[in-house]
Design a protein around this ligand. Structure first.
Ligand code: GUN
Length: 298
């Protein structure tokens, strides 16, 4: 069998951003203002700083307004909750994203639950996740939606396929399960306590790996012809020079020899996350402004 195709998340993300930019221009004409996204960063986590900068740039490039709020690591929880309440009330803000993880003294669940579900472009509030579980329309977490968009682009209709999701986080594992169920997959959720994980993964037509363990999924776990979505972004030491490189949760070269298609790291799922965030923001802006969004525009 020939080597698996690499799924080009960068190209898909570019196409999605171009569609968002078109819709954002239409929104601005109709609403008389730009759609707006507020991103809140508490502390100085280097990876989070990179993401937040990138989000700001791409928001502006798509023709939307970006509001960045950077707070020191020792910000009291009450102050963060008050900021979220102000953003909830601000008519220029259509979407709110509080970058995770938050410093340990802040209750993440409480902060997320304070976000107005109509502005929950991260799809993490109890209302959004409840809607997702019930199959009702609502805002859906960005990385999971990006994974399913890539899968549908790659395989078309997913009906009846066996999907194994490795990981059960609120950010990726649990929402991706709901989305795959909506696509009529037979879904298995595996996690750190799963017995004989390789045997479970070997059943899968679709593997979504979201565990945060470098190259944990090996080539001989993959069913020939499977499609592999690698959500992991792990920084590992490279050569002797002390530099680091990014690897996924899947051993790419090994898996490539068996799978039919696989997302590389970097350049696979990663670029989709911000593109979907922009999509969610423009969707929320239309709903909040009472302006209809043409079916299939995004
Ligand atoms: N940190 C890593 N990924 C995410 C994400 O999708 N949303 C938020 N809020 N924080 C993150």
């Amino acid at each position: 069998m020939s080597e698996a195709a690499l799924i080009d998340g960068k190209a898909s993300a570019e196409r999605l951003r171009a569609r968002v930019a078109e819709v954002a221009a239409g929104f601005e004409s109709a609403a008389g203002r730009k759609a707006g996204l507020a991103v809140v960063l508490v502390g100085e986590d280097p990876a989070s700083q990179v993401y937040v900068r990138s989000k700001g740039k791409q928001t502006v490039a798509a023709g939307m307004a970006s509001f960045e709020h950077k707070l020191p690591a020792d910000t009291p929880e009450a102050e963060l909750l008050a900021l979220v309440a102000r953003l909830n009330a601000d008519p220029a803000v259509d979407g709110i994203l509080v970058q995770l993880p938050l410093p340990a003294h802040i209750d993440e669940t409480k902060v997320i639950a304070t976000i107005d579900p109509n502005k929950d472009v991260d799809g993490l509030t109890p209302v959004s996740s409840g809607r997702l579980a019930l199959g009702l329309p609502g805002l859906v977490p960005c990385t999971p939606l990006g994974c399913v968009m890539l899968l549908k682009e790659n395989r078309g209709d997913l009906t009846g396929l066996d999907a194994v999701v490795i990981g059960r986080s609120i950010l990726v594992g649990k929402p991706v399960v709901q989305l795959l169920l909506q696509e009529n997959c037979t879904v298995t959720v595996a996690h750190s306590r799963t017995r004989d994980l390789p045997a479970v993964v070997r059943r899968a037509d679709i593997v979504v790996a979201a565990v945060g363990r470098p190259e944990m999924v090996r080539g001989d776990w993959i069913k020939p012809g499977a499609t592999v979505i690698d959500v992991g972004i792990n920084r590992v030491p490279a050569a002797e020079d002390g530099r680091t490189r990014l690897v996924g949760d899947v051993a790419l070269a090994e898996a490539r020899a068996v799978a039919s298609a696989i997302t590389p790291v970097p350049g696979g799922v990663g670029p989709m996350t911000i593109a979907v965030l922009l999509r969610n923001t423009i969707v929320a802006a239309h709903r909040n402004a009472g302006i209809e969004l043409a079916d299939g525009a995004l």
